[in-house]
Design a protein around this ligand. Structure first.
Ligand code: LLP
Length: 428
């Protein structure tokens, strides 16, 4: 468990040679820490193992998992594409010098302003979610006398085994148009064919997140390839790109079985080769991993204060963050592993719920976990917090957002810790 650069020496935890306890002295807690080694090796694994003989492979980093300028720089260094789901994401990416032609714009309810912004900034690919959006986009492109490469998002009706809030391809999902709704597909294809400004390159699907089983992706590949081939033939329309989305799971709990990026990508690439061998229409396959690139790289450090014993029997270990920096336990019942960075070898024999400082009983970091004897000032490390923690953080109870540091050979501050004065920024 833990990022690649983590090392235990005696009772202490180190990341790439930096003692974690010392880092908090400089940067204070709560503190998000990202391991550069882990991020780079995840990207390199995708580039090495997502490869086949019968398709060009393209990797799009799903920036909703974690988006700060320094990370944009790393993504760009590897020439990955990157997705965005709002004008805000596009803005941060562009301001961080990410090439607009390598951006892929997603979203189930893109506003007129957002579509305009995307067109004006020459975003490479827009993934159109629905017929209404298609009409809006055509109107904008016609008015601006410009053309746009698009994919169309489909719902393939696949029930992946993951939390219901992060399933995205059941028949009732809000994302995309159903591939089984022949009427809407016909309307979409005829509208696109009649338009001179829409260049449909293919279809997109994303079946959910934190998926460990290859079977769900296999079903997706089978359905999507068949469908795309059928539509291409039926409408005599060239559809060279298929985007399979992201969703590759990571390990959060000790006992959780997880497929490595290498194994998952080898399975996926092999299946793609099998189905694309006889298919000369689809030339390029895109995937959109987010969590698996940044999730395992992250840890969050908190300062512990005390274990509060309740009359009812539960012991609460209080830390100085909570649902504001990690909403996932409250939102998805997500479970995280944790350790005390200055007591790595000590016996864990006290059962506690680790909780934060927000005025909510659901403000939980980890339920039912054994920890060693706690002294005021001990530092807790929570593993695998690199994805969907910082990006989903809030200022509830006016807690300040923690800093994010990137630890490689050197330390880079990816995002500064908020100051009290930041809380008044919008009121002035
Ligand atoms: N592509 C699309 C269209 C997506 O909607 C997503 C995630 C991804 C790619 C990247 O999925 P990943 O590889 O990161 O699983 N907040 C939730 C996860 C929401 C995922 C939303 N879409 C969580 O904390 O578990």
């Amino acid at each position: 468990m833990g990022p690649k650069g983590l090392e235990i020496i005696g009772n202490d935890a180190y990341l790439n040679g930096y003692k974690l306890e010392s880092l908090v002295k400089q940067y204070t807690t709560p503190l998000y820490v990202m391991d550069e080694k882990s991020i780079r090796s995840a990207i390199e694994d995708y580039q090495t193992y997502f490869k086949g003989n019968y398709f060009k492979s393209s990797i799009i980093y799903a920036s909703k998992a974690f988006l700060v300028p320094k990370l944009v720089e790393i993504i760009n260094e590897y020439h990955l594409y990157m997705d965005a789901v709002s004008i805000g994401d596009l803005y941060v990416a562009l301001q961080s010098n990410f090439p607009p032609q390598d951006l892929v714009f997603h979203g189930n309810n893109k506003s007129f302003e957002e579509l305009n912004f995307a067109i004006d900034n020459k975003i490479g690919l827009i993934v159109v979610d629905n017929y209404h959006e298609l009409q809006q986009l055509i109107a904008i492109c016609e008015a601006k006398k410009t053309t746009q490469n698009i994919l169309f998002r489909l719902n393939p009706g696949i029930n992946a085994h993951t939390h219901k809030y992060i399933q995205t391809a059941k028949y009732t999902s809000k994302f995309g148009e159903s591939m089984y709704d022949e009427k809407i597909i016909d309307k979409i294809m005829n509208t696109i064919k009649a338009s001179t400004c829409m260049h449909l390159k293919g279809f997109h699907a994303h079946i959910g997140s934190q998926i460990h089983e290859f079977g769900a992706f296999r079903a997706e590949i089978n359905k999507m390839v068949k469908f795309q081939e059928k539509i291409s033939t039926k409408y005599q329309y060239d559809l060279p790109i298929l985007n399979l989305g992201g969703g590759f799971g990571i390990q959060y709990e000790h006992h959780e079985k997880n497929m490595s990026i290498k194994d998952m990508m080898m399975h996926i690439s092999q299946r793609l080769d099998e189905v694309l061998k006889e298919n000369n229409k689809i030339k390029e396959i895109m995937i959109e991993p987010g969590r698996s690139i940044v999730g395992p790289a992250g840890i969050t450090l908190y300062t512990c204060s005390q274990i509060k014993k309740t009359y009812g029997g539960t012991n609460y270990l209080f830390v100085d963050g909570g649902m504001t920096d990690n909403i996932r336990p409250a939102l998805y019942n997500a479970t995280y592993e944790c350790d005390i960075v200055n007591k790595m070898q000590e016996k864990k024999d006290i059962l506690v719920d680790v909780v934060g400082k927000c005025c909510e009983s659901g403000d939980i970091i980890r339920k039912n976990v054994y920890v060693p004897h706690i002294d005021n000032g001990d530092i807790m490390m929570v593993y695998a917090t690199g994805a969907y923690n910082y990006s989903m953080s809030s200022n509830y109870n006016n807690l300040l957002k923690p800093a994010v540091i990137l630890v490689g050979e050197e330390i880079t501050v990816m995002s500064k810790k908020e100051q009290l004065s930041d809380l008044l920024r919008l009121f002035k």
